[in-house]
Design a protein around this ligand. Sequence first.
Ligand code: CMP
Length: 367
Amino acid sequence: MNDPVVHAVHFGLILLIVVNVAAVVLESVPSIREGHSILFLGIEIVSGFIFTVEYMARLWCAPEDPPFQHMRPWRARLRWAMHPQSIVDLLAILPFYLAYWNVEGLRTLLLLRLFRFFKLARYSPGLASLAEAIYAERRALLACGIILIGAMLLAASVMNLAEREVQPDKFGTIPEAMYWAIVTLTTVGYGDAVPVTPIGRVIAAVTAVMGLIMLALPVGIVASAFSREIHRRDFVVTWSMVARVPLFADLDAHDIATVMQCLRSRSCIPGEVIVRKGDEAHSMYLIASGDVEVVLPGEPVRLGPGDFFGEMAILRRRRRSATVKASTHCRLLILDANDLHELLEANPSIAEHIHKVAQARGGRKTS
Ligand code: CMP
C-alpha cells in the first residue's frame, strides 16, 4: 500500500474522477457545451477507456483479494462483481458504451456519468467511516424514521380535521395534509400550504417544534456514531490488513469480519513509546506495517509486520513487562483486553499460539 506506483495510480484515478464530474456538470451549460464539444468528447473517450481498463484489471485480480482468496477464480470474480463498489464501477463505464451504441431512449441514462463521483468512495476512508456509522446505527435510525412517520400521520390527520372546511384544496384529504406535515416536520416550510384558523396555527406550531426535536435525534445519532468511528480508526482498518496478519491466517471470512469490528488503529512516529514498562495494560497490539523495538535489559528485540506485542500483561493480568517503542513509522492494530479474551475463547488455535509466544518471551525475560 505504501508503494509509490500505487499512490500515483490512485492519485491519477482520483484526478480523472474529479475532471469527469466537473465535465458532466459543465457540459449541461449550453454555451460551454457548444464551445468545447471536442474537449468534452476527448475527456469522455479517455476516461471511458481508462475506467474500463481499471474495471477489467480489478475483475481479473479479484481472486487475489484476501476476502475471495479461498474461492475458485470465477466465483471470486462473480462475488467481486456483486460488491456495491464494483457495481458503482460498472455503472460508471456503462454510459460510455451506451453513447457509443447510441441506444435510443437511453440517452437520459448518460446522466449516469455522475455516478463516477461515487467511485471516490474507494479512496475516501472518511466516506467509508460515515457509511459504517450509518450502518452501525441502522436500528436507531429506523426507529427515528418510524417515529417521524407516526408524527407525520398524526399531524396530517389533526390538521385535516381542523382545516378541511376552510381550505379543502390544501387540507381536504389526509394525503394532502401529509404534504404540509412533512414540509413542516422537516422544518423546510415552503409556505404554499399554511393554516389560517387559530387552532390550525396552534397545531402547526406544535408540529414544527416536534419536527425540530425529531430531526435532532437522527442527526445526533449519526454525528456521534461518525465521530466514534473516526476516533476508533486513526486510519481505516481494512479487510486485507487484518487478513494479512499471520495470527489470523486460519480465520474464515466471518471471523475476520468480527475481528475487524474490534480492532482500532494507531499510527506511530519513530521513537514514540507505545507501551511503557510498569504501566497498566488495556490492549494488545498487532503490527500492520513498520518496526518496533522491545527495550530489554540485554539486546533490544525488534518486531516487524505481522508480529504482535503487549499480550503478556493481559494474559497474566500484570503490568507491562517491558517498554516498546516504534523504530520506524508504523501502523498498529489494537485489540482491547476484553475483545482479546473473547477472541481467545472463540478460537483455541489462536489462544494456543499467543500463549506459546508469551511463554517463550516470558521465559526469555521475566521468569
Ligand atoms: P507486555 O508485558 O504486555 O508489554 C511489553 C511487551 O513486550 C510484552 O507484553 C511482550 O509482548 C513484549 N516482550 C516482552 N519480552 C519480550 C521478548 N523477550 N521478546 C519479544 N517481545 C517481548
